[in-house]
Ligand binder design. Structure first.
Ligand code: PMP
Length: 351
């Protein structure tokens, strides 16, 4: 049967997440998860949690977590918005701020959810090509637009931009909302948070999925001016997916309170990343500079899908995108030192 109401949706290329294989002996380096557990105090909170609390609704405003996050970032609680993972926060922000006649701008190549949301919410968009080294260029974001979304660092390339670049971008885009998606910022990039006091149109979106080892809990948040945050609060419902559950609120709060564990985990991941990048270069790979918890690599003599399949047979899962311009690239999430050694051994044997 013809279903015209589905025509628009048939044109959407769905975002395909990395596989989530469940077998025990798998080295999972395909979803940019953190190989280390959440902070010990998070584990303690979960162990001691009284299930009787689940009979009651959570605090729909997430007051305690907002104020803890506000303290950490030096903003007011009214400048913090919470959601179930940053994907949810981003999707709502697209709907709230990007629905105009003018195109939203984002880089080509970038996080592949952006076109999905634009198509779904009927937001016009234009992409701004990266340069030959996969760097984001400031030129191209100075044309008239209905908003800008930029991941810093970018995904899946891993390259970051500086605070000066971000300031330049904001200077050129004062009449629309500029969203900086900082999913990976904690592994070494410069955050746009210090610019929040200066630009009312800036929305910074972060997640606890990567640097805080809480991907399974779904905690994301936005930081912005009170006018942007109150707009997001006004358009969300009370107990929908922008309301975090009781456990997530408690775990998120405990995580933010343990700054030392957080810093140490990020440092370990970055150290393993840099060591792995050097080892991969030693094996003949071209490795893009990365400020994230993943590496974007290509081998001049071997095809990416062949390497991907070989590793898969060895129970090592990495990510291959099958997209133009990056069809010979692979994205490798940084695991523990031991996991990376097993990956490097397997690649050495293959090459
Ligand atoms: N932004 C970027 C650039 C990402 O890579 C991801 C993770 N896939 C997200 C946002 C969303 O992460 P989460 O919903 O787990 O917070």
């Amino acid at each position: 049967m013809d279903k015209p109401f589905l025509d628009k949706l048939r044109k959407i290329d769905p975002y395909v997440p990395g596989e989530q294989p469940q077998a025990a002996d798998i080295i999972k380096l395909n979803a940019n998860e953190n190989p280390y557990p959440p902070a010990p105090c998070v584990q303690e909170i979960l162990r001691r949690f009284d299930a009787a609390q689940l009979a009651l609704y959570p605090d729909a405003n997430g007051k305690a977590l907002k104020s803890t996050l506000a303290g950490r970032f030096g903003v007011k609680p009214a400048q913090v918005f919470l959601g179930n993972g940053s994907d949810d926060v981003l999707a709502l922000a697209f709907q709230a701020f990007f629905c105009s006649d003018r195109p939203v701008l984002y880089p080509d190549i970038t996080y592949s959810f952006y076109p999905v949301w634009c198509n779904l919410f009927r937001i016009p968009y234009e992409t701004v090509p990266l340069d030959g080294d996969f760097r984001v260029r400031v030129r191209g974001y100075d044309q008239p637009n209905g908003g800008v979304i930029l991941p810093n660092p970018n995904a899946p390339t891993g390259r970051g931009v500086t605070l000066d670049f971000l300031e330049d971008l904001l200077q050129h885009n004062q009449d629309c909302v500029v969203i900086i998606d900082e999913a990976y910022v904690d592994f070494g990039a410069q955050s746009a948070v210090p610019l929040l006091g200066k630009y009312e149109n800036l929305l910074v979106v972060q997640t606890m999925s990567k640097s805080r080892s809480l991907a399974g809990m779904r905690i994301g948040y936005a930081l912005g001016s009170e006018v942007l945050i109150s707009t997001l609060e006004a358009v969300k419902n009370s107990y929908n997916s922008y309301t975090m559950d009781v456990l997530a609120l408690a775990a998120g709060q405990a995580s933010v309170e343990d700054e030392r564990y957080f810093q140490e985990t990020c440092r370990r991941v970055a150290e393993t990343r840099d060591r792995s990048a050097a080892a991969l270069r030693g094996l003949g790979f071209t490795v893009l500079p990365s400020l994230t918890n993943f590496l974007f690599v290509t081998h001049p003599k071997k095809e990416a899908p062949v390497i991907f399949e070989y590793l898969r047979q060895k129970n090592i899962y990495i990510r291959y995108f099958r997209l133009p311009r990056i069809e010979n690239y692979l994205r490798i999430t940084i695991g523990t030192d031991e996991q990376m050694d097993r990956l490097l051994d397997a690649l050495q044997a293959f090459l």
